[in-house]
Structure formats: C-alpha cells, structure tokens
Ligand binder design. Structure first.
Ligand code: PLP
Length: 288
C-alpha cells in the first residue's frame, strides 16, 4: 500500500509531508508499519493470542485491535491506569480485545515481562509496537521515498519509527527527531533504544524543546497552530513536531536549500479522546 506526499507551506517555506495518516482508516500511520511484520510473525507461529500494552488513549492499541480483528487473532491488552471509558477504548472493545487494567506500578513490571505463564502460546508485542520486526515495516515506508539529500523530521515516542528511519536512510540524509514526551536525557534514551534494536547512531539531531511540558501536555499556541494548519495534525505527536519545524524554520535553523520531509505518523484517532478529555480544543474538521 502506498501513501502519498503532500506539499505544505510553513513560514513561507514549502516542505514535503509523507502522509502516513492516509495509509489505512483504522491502522494509522507508523502503527501500520510497526505492526505489519509482527502480525505476520504471530500468524506464522500460530500464536494463540497477541498480548500487548498501552495507555488508555494509545494509537498502538487502537491500531492493533483492528489488525487482530481483521486477522481473527485474539488480543489481550494490559492498559495502564484505572478503568475509564473513552473513544479509543470503545473502539478497541468493539474489535473484541480483552482489556486488563493495571495500576501504574504493576504496569511497569508487566510490560517488561516477556513470557506470561497464563498465555504460553501468546505472541507479545511491546508498548508502542517498537521491536526489531517494527523496523522492517519502517524500512518499507522509507523505500517509498525517492528523494535524496533529505532532512527527515519525525516525532518520537517509544522510538522504533525514528530508529528504523535512521537504519534505512542514506548517508546523505539527516534525521531530526522531535520528542513528544519530557525526558531527562532524550539523546541517552534514544541511544539506549537504538542499542536494543541493534541500529548504529548516525546523522541525527534531537529536538526536545517542543514537548510542551510532557506527553499530552499542551498550550494554546499549539492548539491554535494545529487548528489553522493546512492538513490535520494530532496534538500529541505530529502537531508538536510540526510546531517545532515551524519554529526552526522561523529561526532560520535550516539552510534555504535544505529539503525537508516530515513524516505524518498518523494518530488522528486520538483527537476524539483528547477533545473528550480537555474540552473540544481541536477543531473537529481536522480529525478525519
Ligand atoms: C506511536 C506514535 C508515534 C511514536 O512512534 P515511536 O515509534 O513510538 O517513536 C509518533 N506519532 C504517532 C502519531 C504515533 O501514534
């Protein structure tokens, strides 16, 4: 499946956006790429079910639940925090997933467990779907881009998207990673995850000044930016990255000849949950 490239204008400058948000109506963006080879592997192994983890608003659980329904694989999801109701969880339940809500301390322990005694034939996918097989899907995404000498921009959560890009890009490309969460040391976190995924670090710059205080944190200028942007952006990842790109462009961070390609990693399903939680901040015409 192919997804196109759109030209958008930021601060008077044209940049290209790889529209992974248009890849699939339910298995959105980078989650499609990260899950593809994991699902095929689970089918290959004849797994009795898939086990995975996530927050109650997570794009990962949303995408995975649809993929599992599609392939008729039972899905068990450990959800961080107290049981709540929101549009993401309603979709996930509608797709037949079993939900187990766990407090934050147990969640941290459970998500690092690889084997589950109660599920001996399960296939376990880590939080965010970020494992080695995820990199194969990201490589496929990169193979659809035919440009060269690119400054790639991509948001960062659990890392496999940006790290997969770093593995697949050419030596003449450069990667700009925008953190969606507040970390003590972004570069160290990235490095640790790159090592665990066996990808050497190269040609990468970390931008950690656009997380707006943490994951799902926001300020009016971010919301306003998203609501007036030419294409839909989600407030957790792509909105923050695009805000960051705009800021970097305005401060002449990029040279005039630099070719910028931002990856729209999707995540638009999260707008409904974000609006339900924070009071309809994002213009709904942006959430398709
Ligand atoms: C999950 C997600 C990310 C983060 O990707 P990682 O591979 O976990 O770094 C970025 N953007 C969107 C829209 C996502 O849903």
């Amino acid at each position: 499946m192919m997804s196109g490239i759109t030209k958008v204008t930021i601060g008077g400058r044209a940049i290209l956006v790889k529209r992974e948000d248009l890849l699939h109506p339910y298995v959105s963006g980078n989650k499609f790429r990260k899950l593809k080879y994991n699902i095929l592997q689970a089918l290959d192994l004849g797994a009795s079910e898939i086990i995975s983890f996530g927050g109650a608003f997570s794009n990962h659980i949303h995408a995975l639940s649809y993929a599992c329904k599609f392939y008729n694989i039972p899905l068990v999801l450990f959800i961080r925090g107290e049981e709540i109701d929101n549009p993401t969880l309603r979709f996930v339940k509608h797709n037949g997933a079993e939900l187990i809500f766990v407090d934050r301390t147990s969640y941290r322990e459970i998500k690092t467990t690889i084997a589950f005694a109660e599920y001996p034939n399960a296939y376990v996918i880590p939080e965010g779907g970020s494992n080695k097989l995820a990199l194969e899907g990201i490589k496929e995404m990169m193979s659809e881009i035919k440009e060269t000498n690119i400054h790639y921009c991509v948001p960062y959560g659990s890392g496999a998207t940006s790290i997969g890009m770093m593995a697949a890009m050419q030596d003449t490309d450069h990667l700009h990673v925008f953190s969606a969460l507040k970390m003590k040391d972004f570069a160290a976190d990235f490095k640790e995850r790159s090592i665990s995924l066996d990808v050497p670090i190269r040609n990468v710059t970390f931008h950690d000044q656009y997380h707006f205080g943490g994951f799902a944190k926001h300020r009016p200028e971010l919301i306003q930016f998203i609501n007036q942007f030419e294409i839909p952006l989600d407030p957790l990842y792509t909105g923050k990255m695009m805000f960051g790109i705009a800021d970097l462009i305005e401060s002449n961070y990029f040279a005039p000849e630099d070719k910028i390609i931002a990856i729209h990693t999707g995540g638009l399903q999260g707008i409904a949950g974000f609006n339900a939680r924070f009071g309809n901040l994002i213009n709904p015409q942006h959430s398709q």
